[in-house]
Design a protein around this ligand. Structure first.
Ligand code: BES
Ligand code: MN
Ligand code: ZN
Length: 495
């Protein structure tokens, strides 16, 4: 899909395809809606008054082949109630307009935004692009009428070249979100640890430095905790180390993001039930988000030094697989009794977090992981769980999440629950029972971060959205985390 910014012509809004206008809550027409209404002899205001369309968020209305305009259809989108027009409203407008007309047969969508600021016009383009995501590489027989028809989105605004400039970094962020969505959508027979690593290595063309460690390298480093998880799989485990050196001093202390990359989680010997097991192809959503973030930061040339570490494994049950009751030793020297081989994400992150801290001594570490089913029970799908040993980092993450529509909710890390993960024969055990399952998982991770400011985002609740509740996030892989962390870097760590 192509995105263009053009000068809004209020006398002749568009000559072809579909045209989108915004109407405010209460049925009040925006500037563009008034222009169109005039051209078509008041049919737009009559249509708005004729039914239940009130301008509420999520509402839309279609006028087909209106007399007085060359465009084939007009899509009226409800803005919802807000004190004033904003980038957020523009983004939702672009996304909702695209979703409403994508399979209509129109090949061009013109989003009318006369009077909007360049940043707002750019956000409308960003919304449309995010809404256009599809994972259709494996479909060979889709009916033509189900295929998207829109090839070009044209944003009509007052200062198109300023809007185009403002859109540049947003386009890089959308590239990152799409990179994540592609990784998360891929089936596990295609995307196994080495293939994931290859795709990340290919990001070097963006100026990222990528190192890939294999099982021998990790064994030398003493990563018994991570390696135990992958030992029942025919696929080799990998650790990807990605660096972006965008700060004025490339040696300045970096910030770091660490992702759980379980390319398939069968549960291992503590095998999962068949129902829904196919979802466990997206158990690499944390690593996927970190990879997409690094892609976004490089794409927009962020002025910060950032490290991304991905722990890539497949959790399978074969004759070599780890058994419940096994004791493994992590790189930081702590021993772990593996009570349940399905609590594997924390075992992967234990070594990845320690390695990150030990090698890079970052200002802070944030890990992302589809870690526990319990976080879905706690929060539903509209929030990721935030666990942290640092209030400032937590505050920054909560604010970034709100700003990008990727909300987090802070959860506690009570020392009293540590006894749930005490082992009779080792330093720790890898499960803490059902009570507070997401909390004991986070407490486990905390044993591997030393004194470094750290936050853990449990994104099992948000990495996959079905049904979609927001046009910028179509059904399936959400790419949750890329926007949030990009915003954290932009607002807090770039000069
Ligand atoms: N990958 C799962 C968590 C998960 C569940 C992610 C549902 C997305 C959707 C994780 O590895 C897991 O199996 N966790 C167990 C932990 C338990 C064995 C302590 C869980 O949540 O049941
Ligand atoms: Mn598991
Ligand atoms: Zn898992």
């Amino acid at each position: 899909m192509k995105i263009e910014f053009v000068k809004a012509d209020r006398a002749k809004p568009a000559s072809t395809g579909a045209v989108a206008v915004l109407v405010l809550e209460g049925g009040q027409l925006t500037l563009a809606a008034q222009d169109v209404d005039k051209l078509i002899g008041g049919a737009l205001s009559r249509a708005v008054g004729a039914g239940r369309f009130t301008g509420a968020k999520g509402q839309s209305l279609e006028l087909i082949a209106p007399a007085g305009m060359e465009a084939a259809r007009i899509t009226v989108i409800g803005a919802g109630s807000a004190p004033e027009f904003s980038g957020d409203i523009a983004e939702s407008f672009g996304a909702a307009a695209f979703a409403a007309v994508k399979t209509s047969g129109a090949d061009t969508l013109t989003v009318l935004l006369p009077g909007a600021k360049p940043e707002e016009a750019a956000r409308a383009a960003f919304g449309a692009r995010l809404a256009s995501y599809r994972f259709d590489k494996y479909r060979t027989t889709e009916k033509p009428e189900k295929k998207p028809s829109v090839k070009t989105v044209r944003i009509a605004c007052d200062a198109p070249s300023a809007a185009q400039t403002a859109y540049g970094p947003l386009d890089a962020v959308a590239d990152g979100v799409f990179f994540t969505r592609d990784l998360v959508s891929e089936p596990a027979n295609v995307l196994y640890p080495e293939e994931f690593a290859r795709r990340v290595k290919a990001l070097e063309t963006l100026g990222l430095e990528v190192e890939i460690l294999g099982e021998k390298d990790m064994a030398k480093l003493g990563m018994g905790s991570l390696l135990g998880v992958g030992q029942g799989s025919v696929r080799e485990s990998q650790l990807a180390v990605i660096q972006w050196k965008g700060a004025a001093d490339p040696k300045a202390q970096p910030i770091a993001f660490v992702g759980k990359g379980v390319c398939f989680d069968s549960g291992g010997i503590s095998i999962k039930g068949a129902d829904g097991m196919e979802d466990m192809k997206w158990d690499m959503g944390g690593a996927g988000a970190v990879a997409g973030l690094m892609c976004a930061l490089a794409g927009r040339k962020a002025k910060a030094n950032v490290v991304g570490i991905l722990g890539l494994v497949e959790n399978m049950p074969d004759g070599a697989a780890q058994r419940p009751g096994d004791v493994v030793k992590s790189m930081n020297g702590k021993t772990i009794e593996v009570i349940n081989t399905d609590a594997e994400g924390r075992l992967v992150l234990a070594d990845a977090l320690h390695y990150c801290n030990d090698r890079f001594k970052p200002k802070f570490m944030v890990d992302l992981a589809t870690l526990t089913g319990a976080i879905i029970i706690s929060l539903g799908h509209d929030f990721g769980g935030l666990f942290s040993n640092n209030d400032e980092l937590s505050g920054n993450l909560l604010a970034a999440g709100l700003g990008e529509g990727e909300a987090l909710w802070r959860m506690p890390l009570p020392a009293a629950y540590e006894k749930q993960i005490e082992s009779a024969i080792a330093d720790l055990k890898n499960t803490g029972g059902r009570p507070g399952g997401s909390i004991t998982a986070a407490l486990f991770l905390q044993h591997f971060v030393g004194e470094t400011p750290w936050a853990h985002l449990d994104i099992a609740s948000t990495a996959w959205r079905k049904p979609s509740t927001n046009a910028t996030v179509p059904d399936g892989a959400s790419g949750y985390g890329v926007r949030l962390l990009n915003r954290l870097v932009a607002d807090c760590y770039e000069g």
